[in-house]
Design a protein around this ligand. Structure first.
Ligand SMILES: *Cc1c(COP(=O)(O)O)cnc(C)c1O
Length: 451
């Protein structure tokens, strides 16, 4: 057996892939990535693929970027890791300051972790303990969270508790805590006559719940603007602001999960800026290091932070932390990532390429199997249907055949059920964006025909 065959065989024998049914995983034909360069991935057979999913929504400035690599090696020349428990380190201090500068104004403190799930887990525990620290008796009943149906906030049990994707979550229902879930404001998936009617109605539902139960509710956990993992459910303009207003009115915390939408993905540095929203707690992950190494952060206000202060060790303390919290290497590369955002005026670039992505995909709406094109910034989904009027889902094998045809043409993208998702590397050129949409169009026509 040659090296490549051995790798394919060992992949099947030893690796359990995430979110993957290993019973149908085909290791012989699976793609094993060997290297990356700019917007492209290269497999062990020498094939080149445009990275249309930004290596799972994380890559910002491209693969193998000299500056990001340099940031890592420069830090390694000093030290790889020391703990943030009771001591500090230079990159974690500098990055915290930078994150506070670029996020909404009331976010003033940074708590590090290493995955988006952990950042949400921390947000949940922080919010819960905040009320207990303020007044244990008065807020004794505050133990539930309000969330949207079909939400996704990660895979640890706390983040699963505030999530709502049945295929992922229903098996764990005995292990998770109960929450209150509200209808998702995604117009295409709804039965309302207009977006405005839908938004008004759902905000009314939220108000009714808050009026009756605010004394039981810790906070509202929401993926702002776009619910990603459920199939890119886009919310109408004004919904997030409406949620913020209600949270303030009924004194529950607003917890925004910007793990997917943060760092420019929707065309503003953070989704909160589209609607001038000031969350009490904000979760960040994915693109924070430019997609190089795992890091996440939970940001919060002085108001919440101050409720944890006391002069005794075991009183009001936030007893949470991970071994690698605030690791120097990951914080260094995150800092360099953020410098590159400024130097390359990346947000302006995204606003331009976003228009191309939107126009190219919207042009496919004529196709009988394209039911809906939706998204913001560089985060778009094309929902494929068997029939436009009834919105019947296109059979998944056909969707998978399109994804496969894209790969054969050198484009790496993913589907979420019958939604093909376009979440490219954020600094992709206009030409690369066009290559991505053209390749998809060819694959679509190839599998389903032109009309
Ligand atoms: C990806 C994601 C998470 C989970 O992040 P991990 O790093 O995979 O744990 C949480 N929330 C949202 C909105 C996400 O998209």
């Amino acid at each position: 057996m040659n090296k490549k065959e051995t790798l394919h065989k060992d992949d099947m024998n030893y690796v359990w892939h995430p979110f993957t049914q290993m019973g149908t995983y085909d290791a012989d034909t699976s793609i094993i990535i060997e290297k990356g360069d700019g917007s492209y991935l290269y497999d062990i057979d020498g094939n080149r693929y445009l990275d249309g999913y930004a290596s799972l929504w994380v890559n910002v400035h491209g693969h193998n970027h000299p500056r990001l690599k340099q940031a890592i090696t420069d830090q390694l020349d000093l030290i790889a890791h020391s703990t943030l428990l009771g001591a500090s380190n230079i990159p974690s201090i500098e990055l915290a300051k930078k994150l506070v500068e670029i996020t909404p104004s009331n976010l003033q403190k940074v708590f590090y972790s290493d995955t988006g799930s952990a950042s949400v887990e921390i947000a949940i525990k922080m919010a819960y303990q905040y009320w207990k620290n303020l007044d244990k008796e008065k807020y004794a009943n505050k133990r539930k969270f309000l969330t949207l149906k079909n939400g996704y906030h990660g895979d640890t049990l706390g983040s699963v508790s505030v999530g709502g994707i049945d295929v992922f979550h229903s098996i764990f229902k005995d292990l998770i805590f109960e929450n209150i879930k509200v209808e998702t404001p995604c117009f295409y998936k709804s039965n309302y006559d207009s977006e405005q009617e839908m938004m008004d109605h759902i905000l009314d539902q939220i108000e009714t719940i808050l009026k009756a139960h605010h004394d039981e509710i810790v906070g509202f956990v929401i993926e702002p603007l776009i619910q990603g993992a459920t199939g890119l459910f886009v919310h109408p303009k004004g919904f997030l602001k409406g949620v913020e207003t209600l949270c303030r009115k009924y004194d529950v915390l607003l917890i925004t999960d910007e793990v997917a939408v943060g760092f420019g993905r929707t065309g503003e540095m953070f989704a909160a800026y589209h609607e001038d929203v000031n969350p009490d707690i904000m979760c960040l992950g994915k693109a924070i290091t430019g997609g190089y190494v795992p890091l996440a952060a939970t940001l919060t206000s002085d108001k919440i932070y101050d409720a944890f202060l006391s002069d005794e060790h075991a009183k009001k303390t936030f007893f949470h932390g991970h071994t690698y919290t605030g690791n120097q290497v990951v914080c260094s590369v995150a800092l360099e990532n953020l410098k590159l955002y400024e130097e390359t005026k990346l947000i302006e670039h995204i606003q331009q390429t976003s228009q191309i992505l939107a126009d190219d995909l919207n042009a496919l709406s004529m196709h009988p199997n394209v039911g809906n094109v939706r998204g913001r910034g560089l985060m778009y989904g094309v929902e494929l249907v068997a029939d436009k009027d009834s919105q019947t889902t296109l059979e998944i094998p056909k969707v998978e055949a399109i994804i496969k045809a894209c790969k054969a043409r050198g484009l790496m993208i993913r589907n979420i059920e019958n939604v093909v998702t376009f979440v490219p590397i954020l600094n992709m050129s206009e030409d690369e964006i066009k290559t991505m949409t053209r390749t998809f169009k060819e694959a679509l026509f190839d599998v389903l025909g032109e009309a």
